[in-house]
Design a protein around this ligand. Sequence first.
Ligand code: C5P
Length: 240
Amino acid sequence: HRTAAVIPAAGRGVRLGPGAPKALRTLGGTPMLIHAVRAMARSRAVTLVVVVAPADGTVEVRRMLDEHALPERTQILVVPGGETRQESVRAGLDALPADITAVLIHDAARPLVPVDTVDSVVEAVRDGALAVVPALPLSDTVKEVEPGRPGEPEPVVSTPVRARLRAVQTPQGFDLATLRLAHEKLARLSGDGEGATDDAGMVEQLGVTVVAVPGHEEAFKVTRPLDLVLAEAVLARRRA
Ligand code: C5P
């Protein structure tokens, strides 16, 4: 019974502005991807981390991982990613050895997730949940709109009750066989041609129950330039 973590890190991160692929940007002088790998390796349950790198960057990513200190007991594999996040996750799952029964999927773009959050996801899977997401209540009210042209006013369609909504983070934890089944059945799912943006969403489509455990505000996703400012501040506070 072994748990692995798959880290999709093949995105270009265009919303962050121009520069290196997002996972290779540095925080506190260390690439985001290294922070993310360490965050997974800090959990005693995780003995294998599969990093899904940009298809043209596997050599660079391997070299970068070799240059940074990571726990001895953690085995690290690097595989090339795909066009969408969903395809990159699939590539990571395909690289897992046969003795892995549970898997965490963790965005490289969430470098600062605390180990307690990782552990509580692992624990819920070990307790029998087939799919687990860390989640937080929202501070903003959310509205569904009819998307229009950029910059044009958009009609509001509905306002879901905020108290019932959660923002979901990663790592998301899965029974491996269940997540594999979801990928096989839903080879190309979802909305805007991006593929699934959320692994648990694919499992929901199978009719399998997904449970939420408390997330953490430091597990936020580094997406836009302001997120980099916040991430640097969180790191500085931890080091103080
Ligand atoms: O773009 P977004 O912030 O949703 O990306 C979430 C995660 O998925 C990031 O860690 C990114 O590197 C990864 N990703 C990937 N392959 C893609 C697109 C995104 O591994 N083709």
